[in-house]
Design a protein around this ligand. Structure first.
Ligand SMILES: Cc1ncc(COP(=O)(O)O)c(C=O)c1O
Length: 441
């Protein structure tokens, strides 16, 4: 089937044309493949058979590689013994113990299918534990859940009752003083803070604290004020460290959420946390008021839990964290050298996050430019790299894949710099990618 026909049919059957907004047509320039047929390792093929180097690796979830045999073989074997039963499967305990063994603290765990299930459960638990209703998160951390408590804070909040507006509060992530002011004002009503460990916005600010000093200070202030601190490791988990920033920076959150990456793309998310709080979801304390924590038909699905266990084993046996961070480091350093070679440092910068390097595209006034980003993405895609402005270096991105990436990156820089010299970017305004969270389509 031709690409364009596929796209038309997708939109005919599926509102938005995909099941995740960040996969949508409005997130890519026109030359992007409309549909993917298959993937292997770090490569994908579109429905017309064109081969691309993958960068986002299934929205950051496929950290070992597509169709990765060591995981797939174990998953298939598990499926042959049945995937869902009326009582807990033996593997629910095995997976829980395996995941919890990654932490130094005495935590408990609950699995679900999507990250949003876990962050939303964490919010509910925090409210039940503290008896308070308000919640807060940094305004520049991009996403925590598709549920109302979070989407109500975005431009596209149609369909969500206004009552959420006063319950979900935003603060500036870089500014510890603005956080202290928030606490002073709201501490008696604030049930929790939820945030990611990394402040992506820090590329452009002049705050003096490192991201992790900042998070440690926030945790301390939360502890002193009966506010539950939730660390969302959906993006950093299984990338920055195993299991995540919590280990690397010795953070002690009350609750932690994981999703992407923990099962090499299989649907599995988790809420991990202090026994005292998690136990509110228990059914053992007869007479205690029940908290209806996550309860999903598919949460205990055996093959996804087998994928999780096998992924953890593969990580520990193959030093995956060190390897993916080395690759990221190499990509960052080489790409900075290339950006400097073409004298584009003012317009293109790259983050220090070796586990997921992110490129920022600014105009000469130092404002983020979606137009420049679209132009660059378009060049990368024409060089057969499916690039959305970041790369999740997976275990399958070997030397040749990294070389391929850097070659395509340089070619794209070359064309981009020619356009800069001519002060003319060949792009139709309709093609410029749009923010996912916007009021109007
Ligand atoms: C930081 C963060 N938290 C939560 C989520 C929600 O995860 P899911 O899309 O699996 O519901 C995402 C998804 O992108 C995320 O990036």
């Amino acid at each position: 089937m031709k690409d364009s026909k596929f796209s038309e049919l997708l939109h005919n059957s599926i509102p938005g044309g995909s099941h995740t907004y960040s996969k949508g047509d409005d997130q890519f320039p026109d030359n992007a493949p409309r549909g993917i047929k298959k993937g292997k390792g770090a490569w994908i093929w579109d429905i017309e058979g064109n081969k691309y180097l993958d960068c986002s690796m299934g929205l950051g979830s496929v950290t070992l590689g597509h169709a990765f045999k060591p995981i797939v073989n174990k998953v298939v074997k598990e499926m042959e013994s049945g995937i869902n039963f009326q009582r807990p499967s033996y593997i629910e305990l095995e997976a829980a113990e395996k995941f919890l063994s990654l932490f130094d603290e005495d935590y408990m765990i609950k699995f679900s299918k999507n990250g949003s299930n876990s962050t939303t459960a964490a919010i509910k638990l925090a409210r039940a534990y503290t008896g308070k209703n308000k919640i807060a998160f940094p305004e520049d951390h991009p996403f925590f859940s598709f549920d109302d408590w979070f989407i109500s804070s975005k431009e596209c909040s149609k369909g969500i009752p206004k009552v959420y507006d006063s319950l979900s509060i935003k603060f500036k992530s870089c500014d510890i003083n603005s956080f202290k002011e928030l606490i002073l004002k709201e501490k008696d009503q604030l049930a929790c803070i939820i945030m990611e460990p990394q402040k992506f916005s820090c590329g452009n600010c002049n705050c003096s604290l490192s991201p992790f000093e900042y998070v440690k200070k926030v945790i301390k202030i939360c502890n002193e004020n009966n506010i539950v601190f939730i660390l969302d490791e959906m993006v950093s988990g299984f990338k920055i460290e195993l299991p995540g920033a919590v280990k690397k920076y010795d953070l002690k959150p009350d609750l932690i959420t994981y999703g992407k990456g923990i099962a090499n793309g299989f649907s599995c998310s988790s809420l991990v946390g202090k026994r005292e709080i998690m136990n509110l979801g228990s059914i053992l304390t007869i007479g205690a008021e029940k908290v209806f924590l996550t309860s999903t038909t598919h949460g205990g699905e055996t093959h996804s839990l087998r994928a999780l266990i096998s992924t953890i084993d593969f990580y520990t046996e193959n030093n995956v964290i060190e390897k993916i961070n080395e690759k990221g480091n190499r990509i960052i350093n080489s790409s900075r050298t290339l950006i400097a070679k073409y004298n584009l440092q003012k317009l293109i910068t790259v983050s220090n996050t070796t586990w997921t390097p992110i490129w920022f595209f600014n105009n000469y006034k130092s404002h983020h430019s979606l137009k420049l980003k679209t132009v660059f993405l378009k060049e990368m895609i024409s060089n057969k790299i499916l690039f959305q402005g970041a790369i999740v270096p997976s275990f399958s991105h070997g030397d040749s894949e990294i070389e391929y990436f850097l070659n395509g990156f340089e070619k794209s820089l070359h064309t981009f710099s020619e356009m800069v010299k001519r002060d003319h970017f060949e792009i139709d305004e309709n093609e410029v990618i749009k923010p996912v969270f916007r009021k109007y389509v």
